[in-house]
Design a protein around this ligand. Sequence first.
Ligand SMILES: Nc1ncnc2c1ncn2[C@@H]1O[C@H](COP(=O)(O)OP(=O)(O)OP(=O)(O)O)[C@@H](O)[C@H]1O
Length: 485
Amino acid sequence: MGAKDMFANLGSIIASLMFVWAMFQQYVPYQLQHNIEKYCQILVRFVYPYIQIRFDELSGDYDFFRSEAYTAIQTYLSSRSCTQAKKLKADIAKNSQSLALRMDDHEEVADEFQGLKLWWASGKEVSNTPSWWTPEEKRYYRLTCHKRHRELILGPYLNHVIKEGKAIEARNRQRKLYTNSDSKWSHVVLKHPATFQTLAMDPEKKKEIVEDLIAFSKAEEFYERVGRAWKRGYLLYGPPGTGKSSMIAAMANLLGYDLYDLELTSVKNNTELRKLLMEVSSKAIILIEDIDCSLDLTGQRKKKKKKKEKDEAKEKKDPKQKPEKEEKETEESKVTLSGLLNFIDGLWSACGGERLIVFTTNYVEQLDPALIRSGRMDKHIELSYCRFEAFKGLAKNYLQIESHPLFGRIRELLDEANLSPADVAEHLMPKRASGDPTVSLESLIQGLEKAKEDARLKAEEEAKKNDQAAKEEAKDQEKEVTTEE
Ligand SMILES: Nc1ncnc2c1ncn2[C@@H]1O[C@H](COP(=O)(O)OP(=O)(O)OP(=O)(O)O)[C@@H](O)[C@H]1O
């Protein structure tokens, strides 16, 4: 039979079916039609080997809300749609920072899970009776899979889809930087470009930190199993300019967390602190910078002492001058170490999850041991002066070079002089329009030589002072002996 005959037969079959269908609708009573349709559907369901699950875009009693499951599925299917669907829709989603692609209506994509094949189709229903609260079109996704795998699909597969979809959403979401004032959080979009790739530090140490953070973000089940709140404390310490703030931004960028920069000096008391912390969302980094300067923690006493010294010095210069108002307010603050520790350890920490609490300090030795004991601050990270491995990272980022004849001299000097990565980076900034790296490296060598010389002079001076003090002490002792005699 030729193709021509085949099409002719097909045409007559379709025409006959349409004729039967028209007769059926015209002559069979409505009630009987309804019953026949119902039993046909039951029969089809009986022999049809697949199950179908439908996820509507709108949920709630009056289809008022966009369904979370629908949104997560849409995000999950986005990458599959890009490779499989013929028609795509593109848009920038709310709070997102990148273009979101999804399959258009009436498209189908396949997925695989533990060796099983499944199909997702997108569809749309047009309402015959639209009203002001129900939209004209209702979209949905339909999942089709074999009946045999019902349990696997309804349990682990759908969990996987929703979880993965939400994780992608979180990664694409714009991160926010919150700051507190007047017992309220206000936020801006966090757009710090620092990442772990741009952070210059020992590669081994960096790898360890990144692995630790990723393990934490995936450890929900572990924390649940062992009965611990899903939080982790980090203490970052080191001299100024060694990259503590940059590392925190890199952490937020890596995990897609919001950053809550908690300024303890503007929190009036423990009650206000509790209120602020209760408002912190999940997937967040709570940052307390320069903890050594923050109130009672090490604490208020020291600040008072420092302030007194400062006031005394000022009074010597100008006896009429009043102490600063701002500092007075700080002194009145009543956030206490025990208050803060209560929140870190207490029940609050178990409301919501996935939170990192990060403290930074330039003077780790001055911190109260209660604050840094393990269990509270799980990981202590030291950020130190720039050594050769970290320098290589900076040179790659700033100058786009991995080797240079001057690297040998720089290596020697970095072992002998203490320069922070911030200072090294300053020398590596483009010096000339030509962008010749030699100019930057020579400037760095000069900087290192100067730092080395300064350190030598300082050491000499200190040695002299010590010598002098020892001589004076010896003299005093001699005097005491003679008076006793
Ligand atoms: N390890 C580093 N890798 C890359 N850049 C760095 C590093 N450390 C510092 N920098 C550069 O120096 C600048 C200052 O660094 P950052 O604010 O992160 O230091 P910090 O340790 O937080 O300083 P402080 O203790 O004074 O707050 C950053 O903007 C960054 O460009």
